[in-house]
Design a protein around this ligand. Structure first.
Ligand SMILES: Cc1cc2nc3c(=O)[nH]c(=O)nc-3n(C[C@H](O)[C@H](O)[C@H](O)COP(=O)(O)OP(=O)(O)OC[C@H]3O[C@@H](n4cnc5c(N)ncnc54)[C@H](O)[C@@H]3O)c2cc1C
Length: 387
């Protein structure tokens, strides 16, 4: 393994590494080939309490900070796995924790912490509105003691491996609100019950082994008590949760980046062509060195975002910057790793092509690189709004 500076999370790193070592490359490769869900590693991470890192002790979780949680996710990806299969379990509950009532927290969080319930899914994106979330068309209308949901979502991950989903829906029409960000609310959806009445699921085959789906709602009824927080404030609640999500995904990219650098450094040192290791050529060394530098820089921004988050300080800028830098760095490392494996980079048995596909997602989801640039231009630099 290529050395990075020792940090204060070494104990967590060692424990997660030891757990992940039980799941070698061949495990992840087979799961990918079968397009299966990595149940065994998700179960092991759950049983060890790692996915409950951010749930406070009083609700049965580990009560750790975002910095520690981010190291867990980083190590899963650095081991060759893909935390994307289960990262939702770590951060989706944040919305409930911050905005749910005490009764809701006592009802959901202990079971999420123990793994009895999975809250792996969050339904925001829609086919027509895309990134322009305030234009969502899924509605929830109050009828007596129920909310009735109609509409459609797309790209909603882990539905088939989750018990609950957090759903964003419009509760006041766009034309009737003062600000376009108002009038949306969030709900807890019991997925198995919903599938029996009013929610249809269509899996989307895609480039990575990532279980994601289109959802169709036709008069899906939700109990009134499934509303989280105040009606009409859902967009703000979802935004609140994004800083943790972006920082955790940045840490997964850092884990990927380190995995690529470990692999390509080892390979370039051993592969002999023209009578010397390919890694002796500066044309090979420099892109790897550059990727290493970028991963290390992203790592600093990740920990800066974590420190602010854990101190309950605003961290939107740092979370976005960390996600941007880390996704870019892991993609650069992926390119160098694939390139310098030559033809072997394309062979499944080297695992490079799989990780290459997996890390590419983070240029687009959960927020595209362009939208981060737009955030920085408008909210950090104060340039005129473009939308
Ligand atoms: C595998 C996968 C899993 C996902 N899981 C979930 C999930 O669990 N829950 C969920 O709610 N969503 C999920 N998503 C959706 C994801 O968050 C969106 O795909 C992403 O936010 C981009 O939205 P879009 O696909 O509608 O792209 P669009 O909004 O159509 O944008 C397409 C591209 O255009 C560019 N673009 C758009 N607007 C602008 C602009 N104003 N300025 C500059 N460039 C712009 C960007 O580069 C963007 O990538 C997932 C997506 C994928 C692929």
């Amino acid at each position: 393994m290529v050395k990075s500076a020792p940090d204060r999370h070494q104990e967590i790193r060692d424990a997660v590494r030891a757990l992940c070592a039980q799941f070698p490359d061949s495990y992840h490769r087979e799961i990918d080939a079968q397009r299966a869900y990595p149940e065994a590693i998700v179960d092991a991470l759950t049983a060890a309490g790692w996915l409950a890192a951010l749930i406070p002790h009083e609700y049965g979780g580990s009560g750790l900070g975002l910095a520690e949680a981010s190291v867990v996710m980083e190590e899963v990806n650095r081991s060759g796995g893909n935390a994307g299969a289960c990262h939702g379990q770590m951060y989706n509950m944040g919305t409930l924790l911050r905005h749910g009532s005490e009764v809701q927290k006592r009802f959901y969080l202990p079971k999420i912490a123990s793994g009895e319930w999975r809250l792996q899914s969050m339904g925001v994106t829609e086919p027509t509105s895309g990134t322009d979330t305030t234009k969502i068309r899924t509605t929830a209308t109050r009828r007596g003691d129920r909310w009735v949901v109609n509409g459609q979502k797309v790209w909603i991950s882990r539905i088939q491996h989750s018990d609950w989903m957090i759903l964003l829906a419009r509760t006041t029409p766009l034309a009737e609100v003062k600000k376009k960000t108002e009038g949306m609310s969030i709900f807890m959806v019991d997925l198995r019950a919903a599938e029996q009445s009013g929610m249809a699921v269509r899996p989307i085959a895609n480039m990575v082994n990532h279980e994601t789906n289109e959802l169709f709602f036709e008069n899906l009824e939700l109990p009134a008590e499934n509303l989280i927080g105040e009606e009409g404030q859902g967009f703000r609640y979802i935004l609140d949760g994004l800083n943790a999500e972006r920082t955790l995904i940045a840490s997964e990219c850092i884990g990927d980046g380190r995995w690529f650098i470990d692999r390509v450094t080892a390979y370039a040192g051993e592969r002999v062509v023209f009578g010397r290791p390919i890694g002796q050529n500066q044309g090979v060394q420099f892109p790897i060195a550059e990727a290493f530098i970028e991963v290390e820089a992203a790592d600093l921004m990740r920990f800066k975002a974590c420190a602010l988050f854990d101190a309950h300080e605003p961290c939107g800028t740092e979370a976005n910057l960390a996600k941007y830098l880390a996704a870019k760095a892991s993609w650069q490392a992926a390119g160098a790793c694939l390139q310098f494996h030559g033809g072997f980079g394309f062979a499944h048995e080297y695992d490079v092509e799989r990780k290459f596909r997996e890390t590419r997602l983070y240029q687009v989801a959960p927020i595209s690189t362009n939208l981060i640039l737009s955030y920085v231009a408008e909210h950090v630099l104060g340039l005129p709004r473009s939308f």
